[in-house]
Design a protein around this ligand. Structure first.
Ligand code: GLN
Length: 540
């Protein structure tokens, strides 16, 4: 195998230009030419991982197989490439400093003064190279969070400078910038890009490729202008137009030759071409649906579009699989009450109650579940959503009026959801949940088995509380079954209702494992049930 090539993606001018999507699209293109690729995200904030961040701060926290709580961009990467990431793929400034300080306390620096350069930059470099020296990858794509010019990004930019200098053509720098359209002038403006490249040059980094995010097409003249002012070849100025869906971006980047440019810059063979046949089939299905269904996503972060990222994307994958468009209607659980339930939920062909933490909006979630149960609307409860389904059943079917989770009410008389034994002694909040993949054994006599078609599955977790097994027998007698069990710890992972067309709650997060190539079976089946529900309603 040739030496690993290191590709850095840095953003300029503004945040939210889609570095994660560009990186994932590039990974997809290289992968579809037969190269092995991995993606890494370096985040310049001081939290050790995003696990302790409120979704309002940073969107969803994405969990990997090995239980790392990571940036949501890793989710895009897994969804695009259908390959898995791990703790090594997401590093923050907090984690870098944590290891440098631990080394200093151990005395590893032998009396030296520990400094940003070289110690912090060396640690960043070590974390990047770690993926390369594993020998598994032709390409390591490292996306640097934040925007060029930020004070907190400086050590990362300096590391890029050193690596580009040391590795030469085994390293390539992509700069993603914005080319805004000024309607008053009727023109696209290249000056912000020129300034952003100047800022990079001040740190000694010359980009090899410039990807320009733009609302309108870049003319050849404009590309030449950017090339001239920013010291890059015209063919290395890549247009990235706003797309209808993020899933079009790999196709757009292929048409703009981003992958060919990267191969050329890193002296890799360019005689292959990306095979995107299955990807194009997926896009075709997505863009030509046979009909539409409305599914309610009940949660407390609905004003924030990134808070339920993986759930929304799982619906996109399930849409294509069913060749039916899913309209996800966000419903704020905090404002959902017995009195407005009908008005807010009518017209929905499926209801998903979202994961979450804490008291806010909990009663609205429980009401939404009652509505789905009583009106036989397909229901999927994820993590807290499943726990709420258990609480609702306890209160309204078993008659335990004060049934609750001890997370919301530690003194409840009916703790139907309770803290796991091993969690009781834990004090800190960072990285202390039940995280990552755990096995689950599915009862052959269940709808869930029909959906998965296998008995043993593995799914990713992120929670502290569990179904309280003291109540299991009583629940099962009345029609709520524990149909998926963790075989090692005997924990209930999946519940199902007998007397309902499609009512499933899962303690894990199926949304983390849904990809374009492998849509998650639970989402595919849930959407199918919603389509069937719609058909039944219209024929009755
Ligand atoms: N707050 C619940 C728990 O910790 C559910 C977590 C979740 O929905 N991810 O168990």
């Amino acid at each position: 195998m040739a030496r690993t090539k290191y590709i850095f993606v840095l953003g300029g001018v503004a945040s939210s230009l889609g570095k994660g999507i560009i990186s994932s699209s590039l990974a997809k293109l290289l992968q579809s030419r037969g190269f092995s690729v991995t993606i890494q995200k370096l985040d310049p904030y001081i939290n050790v991982d995003p696990g302790t961040l409120n979704p309002y701060e940073h969107g969803e926290c994405y969990v990997t197989e090995d239980g790392a709580e990571t940036d949501l961009d890793l989710g895009h990467y897994e969804r695009f490439s259908n390959s898995q990431t791990s703790q090594a793929n997401n590093i923050t400034t907090g984690r870098i400093y944590q290891s440098v300080i631990e080394k200093e306390r151990r005395g590893d620096y032998l009396g030296q003064t520990v400094q940003v350069i070289p110690h912090i930059t060396d640690e960043i470099k070590r974390r990047v190279m770690l993926l390369g020296i594993s020998g598994k990858y032709d390409f390591v794509i490292t996306e640097i969070g934040g925007t060029v010019g930020d004070i907190e990004s400086l050590p990362y930019v300096e590391t890029v400078r050193q690596m580009r200098w040391e590795l030469g053509r085994d390293c390539c720098v992509i700069h993603l910038t914005l080319v805004p359209y000024l309607s008053a002038a009727g023109e696209l403006k290249t000056k912000p890009t020129q300034h952003s490249v100047k800022t990079l040059l001040e740190s000694g980094v010359q980009p090899d490729i410039i990807v320009c995010r733009t609302e309108r097409p870049l003319t050849e003249g404009l590309k030449d202008k950017i090339a001239l002012f920013c010291n890059v070849e015209s063919s290395s100025v890549i247009e990235s137009r706003d797309a209808k869906t993020i899933y079009q971006v790999p196709i757009m980047m292929r048409d703009e030759n981003l992958d060919t440019e990267v191969l050329r810059k890193t002296m890799m063979p360019t005689d292959t071409s990306p095979d995107l046949k299955r990807w194009e089939e997926f896009l075709y299905k997505l863009e030509n649906p046979g009909g539409e269904v409305n599914i309610g996503l009940v949660g407390k972060y609905v004003e924030l579009k990134d808070a339920y990222k993986s759930i929304n994307e799982s619906f996109v994958h399930a849409s294509a699989a069913n060749e039916y468009k899913v309209n996800v209607k966000l419903i704020h659980s905090e404002f959902l009450t017995k009195d407005n339930l009908e008005e807010k939920l009518k017209g929905l062909e499926g209801i998903l109650v979202a994961p979450g933490f804490g008291e806010r909006g909990i009663e609205g979630k429980i009401e939404a579940i009652r509505y789905a149960r009583e009106n036989k609307i397909p229901f999927l409860g994820i993590c807290l959503g499943m726990q709420c389904a258990v609480i609702e059943f306890g209160r309204n079917v078993l008659g335990y009026k004060s049934a609750h989770s001890t997370e919301m009410n530690p003194d409840t008389k009916y703790p139907v959801i309770d803290l796991m034994e091993e969690q009781k002694k834990i004090k800190g909040l960072g990285g202390t949940m039940r995280l990552g993949k755990y096995p689950c054994k599915i009862d052959k006599n269940s709808k869930t088995y029909e959906i998965y078609q296998v008995i043993n599955v593995s799914e990713r977790h992120r929670h502290r509380y569990e179904f309280n097994n003291d109540y299991l027998e009583e629940y099962e007698m009345h029609g709520m079954k524990g149909v998926g069990i963790n075989p090692n710890e005997n924990l209930v992972e999946i519940i199902e209702l007998d007397d309902h067309p499609w009512f499933i709650g899962v303690q894990f997060h199926p949304e983390y494992k849904s990809t374009v190539a492998k849509p998650h079976p639970l989402f595919v089946s849930f959407v199918k049930a919603a389509i069937e529900h719609k058909t039944t309603l219209s024929s009755s």
